[in-house]
Design a binder for this molecule. Structure first.
Ligand SMILES: CC(C)(COP(=O)(O)OP(=O)(O)OC[C@H]1O[C@@H](n2cnc3c(N)ncnc32)[C@H](O)[C@@H]1OP(=O)(O)O)[C@@H](O)C(=O)NCCC(=O)NCCS
Length: 400
């Protein structure tokens, strides 16, 4: 059967077949929205998609989209994975696997150090190397959730399609390390709610925004749908206002809409994630999975964050061996360099669990105790300093 299957990158001319396949699989999602999500992706020219074709007909598909993600002071370009689908008549023949393999090769050749996806079906990806984050889940239980803020900020509820223009500045400062205007015109930011949040009938009733004001100017805001808090940004120093915004979104979800839980994806160093971690309960409905594609590229991308964390460390060197390659991390008076040094190392670490470690999703000690890494005690100490497990919340996609 497989002989007649061809796997290749899809082109513009395949777009109708892609939308047909998606509509067959997810009939509740309007075709226009699928088209818009692909068409209007701000990094559309940096994404790749692959399909498996049987006799010229598209029967399996996956899209690999570029997403810059903030990790402390670093920006790591990740390959997201979306719209993984095989036609019902062609399932369980290894087609999704072949399409995903093509995507992995493409992300590697594009120089992306790692890939990240969300799924309710991790078994599809595990065989190819993606690993679930330790303890990660994005669905937070709202019942009994305490207030995080002090309730001192003036908050208004806004229609998501009529957001105050000044929110653009709040958004941009939230994404300071990678302003959207450098990637595509700010029009993307303005248009995003229209194509992403509009219901097919033209309404956006399931979406709303809470905006915090400092005098006449917005200083923080959040966007929510019925089932998710989509974005939470503030101006520098306005974290308290953002916590008030979060409380407002939770209250609106809980009281007005009788929603008991919402999905929440935040960067691990996000102020709301940090405040929430000790008191929130998360379910495991959807799992995040990450695959390090190139260890050295990943460490290079993380270098600004590592430099911050290495402050105070005088001289040390660690050698890391992983399925995504080997590398040495050398620290000299707080300066961090990544390479292949053959000099003696104070510590070595070997194992397969680097995906969760490098992005701060799992602690090296927990991985060591679970037998997923092999390290001497010095390595554990150093890696704890360089790759602290912050909390379960991460993932600053293009908006957060
Ligand atoms: C999930 C889906 C894409 C799998 O496609 P497929 O072509 O049948 O998958 P493959 O035959 O290539 O199998 C790939 C791997 O997934 C596993 N797998 C496939 N279907 C699975 C399922 N329903 N549950 C658990 N694992 C599954 C296979 O065992 C295989 O694992 P391995 O690589 O360790 O051997 C397909 O069932 C589908 O389109 N489902 C509906 C859409 C969907 O749920 N997409 C995923 C969104 S995250």
């Amino acid at each position: 059967m497989n002989e007649s299957i061809i796997v290749r990158e899809t082109t513009e001319t395949d777009a109708p077949a892609v939308v047909d396949l998606a509509a067959l699989t997810w009939p509740h999602i309007a075709r226009s929205r699928t088209e818009a999500i692909i068409e209007l992706d701000p990094w559309r020219d940096r994404q790749a998609a692959f399909g498996a074709f049987a006799g010229g007909r598209l029967v399996s598909y996956a899209r690999f989209h570029f997403r810059p993600v903030r990790v402390g002071a670093a920006v790591v370009n990740l390959g997201g994975v979306a719209d993984v689908v095989t036609h019902p008549d062609f399932r369980r023949r290894g087609l999704a696997r072949r399409v995903l393999q093509a995507g992995i090769a493409s992300m590697k050749s594009a120089g992306l150090p790692a890939s990240l996806l969300f799924t309710a079906n991790p078994g599809v990806y595990r065989g190819l190397g993606w690993r679930t984050f330790h303890g990660i889940s994005g669905v937070v239980d709202l019942s009994g959730m305490p207030r995080l803020g002090r309730g001192r900020t003036r908050i208004t509820r806004e229609h998501v399609l009529r957001l105050p223009p000044a929110l653009e500045g709040v958004y941009e400062s939230g994404c300071a390390s990678h302003p959207i205007s450098q990637v595509r015109p700010v029009a993307y930011w303005r248009d995003w709610p229209k194509w992403m949040l509009n219901e097919p009938n033209g309404q956006t009733v399931e979406h709303f925004a809470s905006v915090a004001w400092r005098g006449a100017s917005p200083c923080a805001y959040g966007l929510a749908s019925r089932s998710a808090i989509i974005e939470l940004c503030c101006l520098p120093g306005e974290q308290d206002a953002m916590l008030d915004v979060f409380d407002h979104l939770v209250e609106a979800s809980r009281a007005d809409r009788a929603v008991g839980a919402v999905r929440l994806d935040l960067p691990y160093d996000h102020a709301v994630a940090a405040a929430l971690a000790p008191c929130a309960t998360f379910s495991t409905a959807t799992l995040g999975m990450v695959l390090v594609l190139d260890l050295k590229a990943m460490l290079h991308a993380l270098q600004p964050a590592l430099a911050e964390r290495a402050e105070g460390i005088r001289h040390d060197r660690i050698r890391i061996h992983s399925p995504a390659g080997s590398a040495t991390v050398t620290i000299n008076d707080g300066e961090v360099s990544i390479g292949d040094s053959q000099e003696p190392c104070a510590a070595t670490l070997t194992g397969t669990a680097f995906s969760s470690l490098l992005l701060g999703f799992g602690s090296v000690r927990a991985l060591h105790d679970a037998g997923e890494v092999d390290a001497d005690p010095r390595a554990l100490e150093l890696l704890d300093a360089l790759f602290p497990c912050r909390n379960a919340h991460y993932w600053a996609i293009d908006r957060f």
